[in-house]
Design a protein around this ligand. Sequence first.
Ligand code: ZN
Length: 223
Amino acid sequence: MPIRTTRIEGCFSRTLVGYCAGNTPDVIEKGRTIDTSDLLADPIVAFQKKYFWFLIIWACFIIPTLIPVYFWGETWSNSWYVAVLLRYALTLNGIWLVNSAAHKWGAKPYDRSINAAENLAATIMSAGEGWHNYHHVFPWDYRSAELGNYKFNFTTTFIDLFTKVGWAYDLKTTSPEFVYRRALRTGLIESQDDSVPLPWGWNDRDLPQSDRMEATIVNRKQG
Ligand SMILES: [Zn+2]
């Protein structure tokens, strides 16, 4: 997640208030520099964006209330409070852990100078987004982690599945040697240098060209 703090004033504020209060001006400004025209031109993404609220209300609230009632005779109140509100609260807080716990607790094997850390609990709760030290060092790596298995990385499994059928391509990732050299250079140094801008992704101007040159590209698009 593109949130960066020099210190975390209370994990709670990072978890909840950050979302309720919205993005800070620098996050909004940086967001404007990201080119999303390819996404917006995609008909499925355009559909989702246009009917966002309709889809949310049905997929998140109405359908999960109806299914337990109609299929196994659950009461309306049980269905609403457990299958909808409790589930919603748990999943939201789980995802928010990426911005709080994964910026506070965990190992920093790739860059010790940043807050983001490798956090297993956040990873489990967010289906693979908690290997956060790695993610902020290699934000353009589609795997969000260097682990070569799918145990705790469901989102990578999902993307890889679509690579197999050809829907996902041009995936940027790293070689073990690339990761190792980076870990040697910045992972073992104790410093709190926050002046170096963290890149956000592949096309970010803050991303060193050397990283781009050295990246591994999976299922490269032809032509
Ligand atoms: Zn983050």
